[in-house]
Ligand binder design. Sequence first.
Ligand SMILES: [Zn+2]
Length: 331
Amino acid sequence: VSERRYDPTTDEWVAFATHRQTRTFLPSRAECPLCPTLPGRPPTEVDRTAYDVVVFDNRFPSLSPDPPQPDVAATELYPVEPAYGRCEVIVFSDQHDATLASLGRERIRLLVEVWADRYAILGREPHVQYVMPFENRGEVIGVTLHHPHGQIYGYSDVPPKVLQHLQAVARYRERTGRLVWTDVVDDVLADRRRLVFEGRHHVAFVPFATRFPYELQIVPRRHVPSLRELDADARDELAELVHLAVRSYDGLFGFPLPYVMAIYSRPTGGTAPGGGSWDDLSQLRVNFFPPHREATKLKYLAGSELAAGAFITDVAPEDAAERLRKVLEEQ
Ligand SMILES: [Zn+2]
């Protein structure tokens, strides 16, 4: 089964990709498909003996530019469509045991460049309305390959959570005439308790109402809809702040902290709510969602969160920010 099914009771689409069940699951280091192909050894997915960063199509895509026809027929109640889109893999290094923290700022700077390029290239494809680079790190997040890598998805619509964010920005704009992100950044800088790192172009902070205790957001100080509008100097700084963020995470509990990192940008298709422009509503940002609430405890999506979507968080964002600041001060 490979298709998108619409749920009229939630107004959301769900992609099905049952063939992905056969994908490589936690292979041994010797069988890692993201390591270099070495002379005399079976080929991996990367036909190079050494590389810095590599991007290629996921062999087990859940979304595809040429998807098969759906297995079930659409009805009035249940629309069904082919699962259009793109799923790319981005390998951060040829070193199997590296992390973003160990790879350092220069390599992350290269990643920023690649993310910006893929955003532009995938965004031009006819079936792609939203491009999101992300990294899942740690087995508790469901990572199936340990080799440092991320993914870049091109969605055929603006995904529900992203659309919800953009609609919130539109409502705030209607009410106040301002971009909410500008007010959020001004508030963080005035209040300072949730500020973790401050740059000339960006701020990194713990959001006011976190859903996961150690969430971090890196947001440009000015209105920047996507990586495309970020100049070289600001890209340098973004790489530096991402590096600081992952370093502080790794120092927080003394082990490489699992997280989801996602880069939000302007949609590349579709229609903005209220006939406005996506540019006016979109703000580039890098979000980290780590599931740990303590060294040995995870934040699970349980009754209230999973069933009601109502989050209850047990660490004050101001305290989380203080702990993250201290990690690097003490190093
Ligand atoms: Zn590897």
